[in-house]
Design a protein around this ligand. Structure first.
Ligand code: BES
Ligand code: MN
Ligand code: ZN
Length: 494
């Protein structure tokens, strides 16, 4: 969506909808006070009569307020000022975005960033408002046409800069990149597995090469993978007619030889469990098992759009996990690209198998940091639910940087331990390790498995199984953790 600055007096702006915030039990402030003055106290009267709900996340739409040029005013309740926080601010913006998508307004002028929060300044709130509104304005249409009575989503957002400066603010430039990344990630996540195959992910990556400066793409198929001895990745893909791909995207934002950040994404375009077949109930959700890859592609696109002064490599391990006469089976022993052998105890623990070869491949770029992102374990959803991504790393500085980025972007992670104490759960009598560690600490033992392919490497693992999609209500991909990843890249660049 297009973002622009409009610094005209907010009472004089020609817009389908002016969006302002109000706190509970306090006098009207900033934009709300300006509007109230122009309409000679009518806004205050509606608050006093209870027609405007000032509780947090409540939305009230007003029409034809006297003294105001805007056709409508959307009043967003912000709740108690003492409780108002960056997280609460973000949620208010998201509700406003969803409301506008589902109502008649085709464009809107946003003033929400004048609602004071602790910790964050106006420029942060401007950026966050743009990203949150853009995300919430999303509607999936790839395989379902909108109904005649559906309102169109917003096509344009304007903002008051609140600095009096008409220059396009850096905050909105960043917002445009982050929003683009989120959109890419969500669209890929939501596409069904009969469309979004490993080859489709590869084609998407190829598209970046054409659309952005300083991007090159390399795509490895079965033959090249076999030459590199990526037998773990190949095993996962061998039961599917949609062959696996290793997709390598290279972005050079610096001309020097500075070491790149390497992002690795799990791109299992559908996870049936393989021979260790999953139960049928909810299996359709396993089309989202490429959420890690989608968010890596989204963050890569954001970085290329913003032309950040860093070097970045994104590696997508794309495969479809199917049961078949050719499929790999429990008991198989696989020799990974690293030379380490793996006894397969469960073909449903496939994510770590595709990732381990992609990580070994990634080492050739001599990464300053390697971060893999994956919908790796159901245990992660049990541990953290849908609000946090799990973060595991032995590198405290890297872990801190990623947690901070998640805080900055309101796309938060939470750290789990990655102690060697858990490693013994992976012992196998027939191989260097088995691919499952049993029930206790399932997300941690999955990360322990990966750690064996990241030796001597500054590395972190993000399990986004709970955060990258949701069902019930506003269903589908969330695009996460594009916000966290992109913010990390931005923080590294500046
Ligand atoms: N893609 C799943 C993890 C998953 C399950 C994510 C449900 C989100 C919701 C992964 O490939 C998987 O099946 N993991 C197994 C591992 C087990 C066999 C050790 C799991 O979590 O059950
Ligand atoms: Mn699985
Ligand atoms: Zn999976």
């Amino acid at each position: 969506m297009k973002f622009t600055i409009n610094n005209n007096a907010i009472t004089q702006i020609n817009t389908d909808c002016l969006v302002i915030g109000v706190f509970e039990d306090t006098s009207l402030q900033t934009s709300a006070a300006t509007v109230n003055q122009a309409c000679e106290g009518a806004l205050q009267k509606l608050v006093d009569s209870g027609d405007i709900d000032t509780a947090w996340k409540q939305a009230t739409l007003l029409h034809g307020l006297a003294g105001i040029t805007a056709a409508r005013i959307l009043v967003m309740g912000c709740g108690e000022p003492e409780k108002f926080s960056p997280v609460r601010f973000d949620a208010v913006c998201a509700v406003a975005g969803a409301f506008l998508r589902d109502h008649a307004a085709g464009n809107a002028h946003i003033c929400l960033h004048d609602m004071q929060t602790d910790e964050r300044d106006t420029q942060w709130r401007l950026r966050q408002a743009a990203v949150a509104l853009d995300r919430a304005n999303y509607r999936y249409t790839a395989t379902k046409a909108p109904k005649a009575h559906d309102y169109d989503p917003l096509s344009q957002l304007t903002f008051s800069s609140l600095t009096g400066d008409d220059e396009f603010p850096a905050a909105l430039i960043d917002a445009q990149g982050i929003a683009k990344g989120y959109l890419r990630s969500r669209e890929l996540g939501n596409l069904p597995a009969n469309i979004c195959t490993p080859a489709y992910l590869a084609k998407t990556a190829r598209g970046f090469e054409a659309s952005y400066e300083n991007v090159s793409v390399e795509i490895l198929k079965r033959k090249e993978m076999a030459r590199l001895k990526m037998l773990a990745l190949l095993a996962v893909g061998q039961g599917s007619a949609n062959g696996p791909r290793l997709i390598v995207l290279n972005y050079k934002g610096r001309n020097d030889a500075s070491r790149p950040i390497v992002l690795v994404g799990k791109g299992v375009t559908f996870d049936t469990g393989g021979i260790s077949l999953k139960p049928g109930m909810h299996m359709e959700q396993m089309k989202f098992d490429m959420g890690g890859a989608a968010s890596v592609l989204g963050a890569f696109e954001a970085c290329a759009h913003l032309q950040l002064p860093i070097n970045l490599v994104a590696i997508i391990a794309a495969a479809e996990n199917m049961p078949d006469g050719k499929a790999y089976r429990p008991g198989d022993v696989l020799t990974s690209m690293s030379g380490q052998t793996i006894e397969v105890h469960n073909t449903d623990a496939e994510g770590r198998l595709v990732l381990c070869d992609a990580m070994t491949y990634g080492k050739r770029f001599k990464p300053a940091a390697m971060i893999d992102v994956a919908t790796l374990t159901g245990a992660c959803v049990v541990a953290l639910g849908h609000h946090a991504s799990a973060l595991m790393s032995k590198h405290d500085d890297l872990a801190e940087e990623l947690l901070q980025a998640g805080q900055d972007a309101i796309d938060r992670g939470w750290r789990l331990p990655l102690w060697d104490d858990y490693q013994s759960q992976l012992k196998s009598p027939f191989a260097d390790m088995k691919n499952v560690g049993g029930m206790p600490g399932g997300s941690i033992t999955a990360a322990c498995f990966l750690s064996r392919f990241a030796r001597d490497q500054r590395w972190a693992h993000i399990d986004c199984a709970g955060s990258t999609w949701k069902w019930g209500g506003d269903e589908g991909s969330t695009g996460r953790p594009v916000g966290l990843l992109t913010q990390y890249l931005i923080n590294q660049a500046r």
